[in-house]
Ligand binder design. Structure first.
Ligand SMILES: [Zn+2]
Length: 381
């Protein structure tokens, strides 16, 4: 698939909007030592926007550079805030859409956290496909397959197909969606979720452009993609505080596939590059100032936003990232080689400032920090 074509609507008029330089190809990767982390592979981030549907994609993306394997850990389920959102979504599918005693297939299931919720809430059975997953699981009713889901006539039948945070990683999402709609069991429901470009490029988003994401979908571009691939969209809405877009669809013809709203997103994206550069300059100066005073500074969150922020503002890799996921503790983040520490490690170190890269988690982080008896100023990046 040539990246000079819009991955969402198929249009051929893409406009270069931001050159974000080099970025680690796998922001979710963790390394056992600093030297290996600092040698992590990087790729070019050159964003282009489709003037027809407002879709944004990395024109320099090379799919061969992104190999997902079991060292990839992007689970957000250690956060109570995120877990609550996932539970509410599972409850919506079970209670409002009648997914009870049904067969659920999830593409990109990770370690099966979402399948666990929907299996428990609705007495459903689930199969999760993910090339990064260990297949042994003790989740009742759930089976994990370490592979990609390949939709065709032989594929596992389902009543609900869940595909969260996958489409933005694919260099040809239309191909997967066309195969899905062509082989979908009659009446089966499909739930798609992606990060929202409206948030990523909006006033509260700065650190969300990462190499594994070839696409940045807005509501208009996601509807254009799903609608042209043989699906009828029954609902499309913002989710998770506007940070995601959720779509429910069934195989069918979508006569009303939306092609609206591209002006707003194009406007946001065009201002993004300058805003990003200003923020990087400001934070570099702030972190350097605090560290020159001998203060201890930490960034909260070793997820993609944290990695992105740290690599941009602290390229020497001296500021640690605090994360509540114990699997990450003591390990190192790609490119900058920033070390991941646990919240407990803040005790006794009197941080002057804790920088929060996702404002949605601020209350949760504040409670955790206060619970540890650590007094630190919280700053939102
Ligand atoms: Zn387009």
């Amino acid at each position: 698939m040539a990246l000079d074509e819009c991955l969402a609507c198929g249009g051929g008029h893409l406009k270069e909007v931001a050159d974000l330089g080099e970025s680690p190809v796998l922001t979710g990767a963790l390394f056992d030592d600093r030297a290996t982390a600092r040698a992590a592979a990087c790729g070019q981030m050159l964003l282009g926007a489709c003037v027809e549907c407002g879709h944004v994609q990395n024109l320099a993306f090379d799919p061969d550079r992104v190999q997902y394997d079991v060292t990839y850990d992007n689970s957000l389920h250690f956060s109570g805030t995120f877990q609550q959102y996932a539970e509410e979504l599972a409850a919506h599918l079970v209670d409002d859409l009648g997914v009870r005693g049904k067969r659920v297939v999830e593409i990109g299931s990770g370690k099966g956290d979402f399948l666990r919720s929907i299996a428990a809430l609705g007495g459903n059975t689930g199969t999760g496909y993910d090339p990064t997953v260990e297949t042994s699981t003790d989740i009742p009713g759930v089976r994990l397959v370490r592979d990609y889901f390949r939709p065709d006539d032989q594929a596992e039948p389902y009543d609900l197909l869940v595909c969260r945070h996958v489409l933005e990683h694919l260099d040809d999402p239309a191909s997967l969606l066309r195969n899905l709609s062509a082989s979908a069991p009659p009446g089966a429901l499909h739930y798609f979720e992606v990060p929202a470009a409206e948030f990523n490029f909006g006033p509260d988003g700065l650190w969300d452009c990462i190499y594994p994401h070839v696409s940045y979908f807005s509501r208009g571009s996601l509807a254009a993609l799903i609608g042209r691939c043989g699906f009828e969209i029954t609902d499309i809405r913002p989710a998770f505080h506007g940070q995601f877009i959720a779509v429910e669809a069934r195989a069918g013809n979508d006569a009303a596939a939306v092609r609206a709203g591209s002006e707003t997103i194009l406007d946001l994206v065009e201002r993004f590059a300058e805003r990003h550069e200003r923020a990087v300059r400001r934070w570099r100066a702030e972190v350097a100032r605090l560290r020159a005073d001998g203060a201890f500074v930490a960034v909260w969150g070793a997820g993609s936003k944290g990695v992105n922020f740290l690599n941009a503002v602290d390229p020497t890799g001296r500021v640690p990232a605090v994360d509540i996921n114990p699997r990450k503790w003591g390990r190192f983040l790609p490119w900058g080689g920033h070390q991941v520490i646990g919240p407990m490690d803040l005790v006794g170190r009197s941080p002057a400032q804790i920088i929060v890269t996702n404002p949605v988690y601020t209350d949760e982080i504040r409670r955790t920090v206060q619970g540890l008896g650590v007094a630190a100023e919280m700053a939102i990046a």
